[in-house]
Design a protein around this ligand. Sequence first.
Ligand SMILES: [Mg+2]
Length: 242
Amino acid sequence: MQQGRHEMQALIFDCDGVLVDTERDGHRVAFNEAFRQIGWNTVWSVERYGELLTTAGGKERMRRHFDEEGWPVPDDARDAAIARLHKLKTDIFMQLIESGKLPLRPGIMRIVDEAIAAGLKIAVCSTSNERAVQAVVDKMLGAARAAHIRVFAGDVVPKKKPDPAIYNLAAAELSLDPKRCVVVEDSNTGLRAAKAAGMNCIVTISSYTAEEDFTLADRVVPDLGDPPGAVVALPDLRRLIA
Ligand SMILES: [Mg+2]
């Protein structure tokens, strides 16, 4: 184990694409169901949603789509519609999570248990909706693990990733030295946020991020893995700290 100021202090996860493969099978499905429920005949294909993912945040993503494809409502009704859709989509997404239909990605349960056993601080930093992120942690990891995990999410910072604000907030709140933190991200946007905060970052590629630029990453893997396959274990993460 490394010593002194170079010793690993915290393990920090992004949520979407890292803990669970939320985007394709969770968020996209929930957006489509929300559009259907308010009577809009908008359907985001797997391909279209992949394009929209370059915009962070659900409300921003919807605005971009309708700016590009045309709005089904007059200008003065847009804000209310987006607010209503976002709440509806979040409720639908929560139901998906609570139904247990979004399994954790490989290695997540294992590495969280390793981090808890090692006494590391553990956090989830996401600029997605706070209620949804907390539900992923509570429902998928379970209450015993969730009790060890601080969630920083949603509108707690003014700027979304790739701005480092959410990681800076976690470092401040948990009294962390950024150089002693290892972040798990799945996207270029998240990677840039982590690195801009001065943290180390391993990328686990997800369904929509295979083509992105990860040259800033300290390591890139398909996932953290579970035995008997190849695994990224806690000592491997400690070695990412310079
Ligand atoms: Mg992500």
